[in-house]
Design a protein around this ligand. Structure first.
Ligand SMILES: [Zn+2]
Length: 263
């Protein structure tokens, strides 16, 4: 071997050692691969399979999973997550526990995925898929507009039936509903809200707690607050809706259809 080629090989070895962590995240560990399958299982009508590092839709569309961006600052990460980032923070079910700092499972919503599935409301692509369900037909009979895509309307109707059968003491949390479909961005950001995809519902404004309404302590930490009973949360979660009360940046009236986080 000439000294020149030895030098070249050494340089190449050093280069690959330096870039290894980035490629390692894209290639995916066992956990990353498992979570990719959760996405396929969650949306069987829409998604075909995992193909290498791409998500393949039944209509032939391909989206890159993109790897997990572990080291980005939290706000920047939230603003432009990859598909793999959906699963970076596990969604806890079970008893109510104040979430640790920046534990916001489900707040990372890659627009490329949700716009592809439900449409972009700013382009008028969401409304054509909306349908009206009757919320708590026995107790309230309030018309609510949600998307038909992925069976979200049927899931919310099933939730409504179960909530309608709860004892009277739960009623104050369940109606009137504050809102479902709304083409808007998340307060204080330029990111589209899950409400613009027709997959979200806000219950009980009067009993809601929202992190933007509360004052952080001097060291910047938020004190988690909630009045929504766990019985209500469990019914939503059973049907694939995650709850904003499980977030450090809590939004306790908010539920959205995210079955990939509730395998
Ligand atoms: Zn909401």
């Amino acid at each position: 071997m000439t000294s020149q080629s030895l030098l070249l090989r050494t340089a190449l070895a050093l280069f690959f050692a330096a870039v290894q962590p980035a490629f390692g995240q894209v290639a995916g560990s066992g956990e990353v691969n498992d979570s990719r399958q959760n996405l396929i299982r969650a949306y069987p009508e829409m998604l075909e399979r995992v193909d290498g590092d791409d998500l393949l839709f039944r209509d032939g569309t391909r989206l890159p999973f993109g790897g997990r961006q572990k080291d980005r600052p939290f706000e920047a990460w939230l603003a432009a997550p990859t598909l793999d980032d959906i699963f970076a923070l596990p969604y806890p079910t079970g008893d109510l526990v104040p979430p640790a700092k920046n534990q916001d499972p489900g707040r990372a919503r890659p627009a490329q995925l949700f716009d592809k599935m439900y449409g972009d409301c700013r382009k008028g692509e969401v409304e054509q898929h909306l349908t009206t369900i009757r919320w708590l037909p026995r107790k309230a009979n309030q018309p609510l507009r949600v998307t038909r895509i992925n069976g979200v309307d049927r899931k919310l109707a099933a939730i409504s039936t179960e909530l309608d059968a709860l004892p009277k003491r739960f009623d104050v949390y369940l109606h009137p509903v504050a809102g479902t479909y709304a083409c808007r961005v998340i307060a204080g950001t330029d990111r589209p809200s899950a409400h613009g995809h027709g997959i979200a519902i806000d219950i009980a404004l009067k009993h809601a707690h929202y992190w933007r309404w509360s004052k952080a302590s001097p060291d910047g930490t938020l004190e988690w607050r909630n009045a929504i009973p766990i019985e209500i949360v469990r019914i939503f979660e059973k049907h694939g809706f995650i709850w904003g009360g499980r977030w450090y940046h809590y939004d306790t009236m908010h539920f959205e259809y995210r079955p990939e986080l509730l395998p």
